[in-house]
Every structure is written in C-alpha cells, then in structure tokens.
Design a protein around this ligand. Structure first.
Ligand code: NAI
Ligand code: OAA
Length: 345
C-alpha cells in the first residue's frame, strides 16, 4: 500500500509520469496536485483498471494552502515536476527565478503534511532546487537526507542510449553497466564508462572524437530536445520514463524489494547525511555537499551508495570531468542554499 503524490501532475512530464505511476500495481493511492487541470487529469486516469485510487487536487487561489496539504497528507512518496521548462537560448539556471520559489513552497508543504515521505525533485535547475529543498526541510526541523532525491536518471538513460548506438549494443544491456555522476546540467554531468571490463573494452575501441562526442551528447542532451521542440518546452516523455524508472525503485523498496543492478541508478543527494557520504565528499569532491552517485535503497530511503572512486574505475579523463563539474556545482548549491536563508516558510 503506497500513496504517491505528483506535484505538477498536469504538465508535460506530470501527465505521462502519472500515467506510468497509475499502472504500477503497488501504488494504492495516486494523488495529483497542480495549479491547473489536476481534476481533469485525475478523472481521465481514474478510468484505468489498475488498483490505484486517483484523486485530483487543484487550489482555489494562490493563498489556498489547504488543498496541497490534503493532497500530500499520508504520502509515502512525492514526485515534483512542477515549474517552468526551458525555451531555446535558456540555460537550466535561467529557470531559477521562477522555479526556486515553487520548490520552496511545495517542499514546505511536504515538511508540514508528510515529513516522512521520500521526495523526488525533477524541477530544474536540479543542482539548486535540491539544496533549496534540503534547506527548507532543515528550517522546519524535519530533514531526512536519506529521503531527498534529485532526479538525474535521464542522464543515465541518455548515456545508455547514446553509448549503445556507438558501440552497437542494445541500450538496455548497458543498464547497470555504466554510471552518470555529478549534477544535472551541462558539464556538471559526468558519464563513467569504465566500471565493467566488458564495456570499458568496447569504449577503448572508440576514437577520441567519438568518445568526446558521446560525453558532449550526454552533457547537452537536454539542449537537443529544447531545440527540436522549438519553444514548446523540453524533454517530457523521456523524462517521464526516467522519473518513473527511479520512482519505481523507491516504490519497490517500500515494499521490501532490493536492488539487483551491479551499478544502480544515481541520484543527486545530500552527502553529509548518508553513511560514508561525508568521507567521499572530503576525499574526492572538494567538500561538495550535493552530488549524484549510484544509490542503494531500502524502505524508501538511501541505505548506501556505490563509491565511484572505489568501485567504478574512474579514469584520469573522467577525474578531470569531475573537477570541472565541482566548480559549476558549488555555485548552484550556494545559490539554492542562500535563497532559503531569509525566506519565510
Ligand atoms: N530532472 C530532469 O532531468 C528534468 C527536469 N525537467 C524540469 O521539469 C520541470 C517541468 O517540466 P515540464 O513538465 O515540461 O513543464 P510544464 O510547464 O509542461 O509542466 C509544469 C507543470 O507544473 C505546474 N505548476 C507550476 N507551478 C506549480 C505549483 N506552484 N504547484 C504545482 N504545480 C505547479 C504547471 O501548472 C504545469 O502543469 C521543468 O522545470 C523542467 O526544466 C525537465 C526535463 C528533465
Ligand atoms: O534540458 C532541459 O531543460 C530539461 C532537462 O533537464 C533535460 O532534458 O535533461
């Protein structure tokens, strides 16, 4: 019996993600919150013959905080794709001005209505919205770092797809064989492809320009979609798949299922709050507090993570990418954290 709430459920990501969640047999209650059209999406999905009871929640005004509270109460998992997407010419950082306060307010409601829920943040810029969420929960005195996840799965999905095309392997065979760490924006995204001997050997057969092009495509894959949609938004369907892929793991872990991949999907997490995270951060990450690493889940929270520097054969080239990523990440983390200081919750 798992209750899942989607905040931003009527959007480009929210709708297909809610559909996938509705199909999950382990979800007993699906609560759909959005400032527009939540009732319509809920009515539509509620006709699907799967167990989840679907309810829509739409606030009556900007001041209405009761509706989101009702949507959230008793949630085990809250997934947040609320906020604005990019248009051509924008960076994810350009979304900060609008999305920062949306995330702050939604997470404050979660902290009050269902402080024990696992929280998956999709809204960009993830590198800053997750620090915002952490800071809000700290301020409310309910922060559990093991239950706060920045969703970076789309980077892994892209890495599997693009590498599969290059080395002529089915992308699905690369799931759990490669890893993407760092953040979720441009050169903060660091694909690691030397973890298993089999894939490392195939990658060694690529030319330098093929390898560089692969790294660039994973780092800037989001731009390809923004450009192709030409003003109509960013990745929604691939993101719904990716968000669901991670949410399904959290739901499974709440029902006692354990991880079976050698290298599980990564998530952008608060390292000092998880076992051995502080040591990883001090030793390899210039004390960065937030970083995406492969996470192992248990009962809806982080049990442990795979230390890339111990287990994933990080090459010297990949180490350089980590250094570049850390510089960019720190600015985004600071921007997120300082946004909440002085904010009224
Ligand atoms: N983490 C990742 O890998 C990815 C993240 N994204 C991000 O996801 C976010 C959503 O993207 P789309 O679904 O394409 O946008 P969209 O504009 O289609 O949908 C966003 C939804 O959020 C709702 N919303 C706005 N303010 C809200 C609030 N205060 N409370 C509840 N709902 C609210 C809107 O009404 C809308 O239905 C964007 O910030 C985008 O950049 C997009 C792709 C990948
Ligand atoms: O590019 C964007 O703005 C949306 C996103 O995060 C992605 O597709 O990876």
């Amino acid at each position: 019996m798992v209750k899942v709430t989607v905040c931003g459920a009527a959007g480009g990501i929210g709708q297909p993600l809610s559909l996938l969640l509705k199909l999950n047999q382990q979800v007993s209650e699906l609560s759909l919150y959005d400032v527009v059209n939540a009732n319509g999406v809920a009515a539509d999905l509620s006709h699907i013959c799967s167990p989840a009871k679907v309810t829509g929640y739409q606030p009556s005004s900007k001041e209405d905080k009761d509706t989101i509270h009702k949507a959230l109460v008793n949630s085990d998992l809250v997934v947040i794709p609320a906020g604005v997407p990019r248009k051509p010419g924008m960076t994810r950082g350009d979304l900060f001005n609008i999305n920062a306060s949306i995330i702050r307010d939604i997470v404050a409601s979660i902290g009050k209505a269902c402080p024990k829920a696992a929280i998956l943040i999709i809204s960009n810029p993830v590198n800053s919205t997750v620090p915002i969420a952490a800071e809000v929960l700290k301020k409310l005195g309910v922060f559990n770092p093991k239950k706060l996840f920045g969703v970076t799965t789309l980077d892994s999905v892209r890495a599997e797809t693009f590498l599969g095309e290059l080395i002529k392997e089915t992308p699905s065979s690369l799931k759990g064989q490669i890893s993407v760490i760092g953040g979720h924006s441009g050169d903060t995204i660091v694909p690691l492809v030397h973890a298993t001997a089999l894939v490392a050997k195939k990658v060694s057969g690529l030319s330098k320009s093929q390898y560089d092009e692969f790294i660039h495509r994973v780092q800037f894959g989001g731009d390809e979609v923004v450009k192709a949609k030409n003003g109509a938004g960013s990745a929604t369907l691939s993101m719904a798949y990716a968000g669901y892929r991670f949410a399904e793991k959290v739901i499974g872990s709440l029902n006692g299922q354990s991880e079976n991949s050698e290298i599980p999907d990564s998530s952008y997490i608060y390292l000092p709050g998880v076992p051995n995270g502080k040591e990883l951060s001090q030793k390899h990450l210039k004390n960065a507090e937030f970083f995406s690493v492969p996470v192992i889940l248990e009962n809806g929270q982080i049990k442990s993570f795979v230390n890339p520097f111990d287990k994933l054969n990080v090459s010297s080239e990949e180490s350089k990418l980590v250094d570049v990523a850390l510089d960019g990440l720190q600015k985004s983390i600071d921007q997120g954290t300082s946004f909440v200081t002085g904010s009224k919750l």
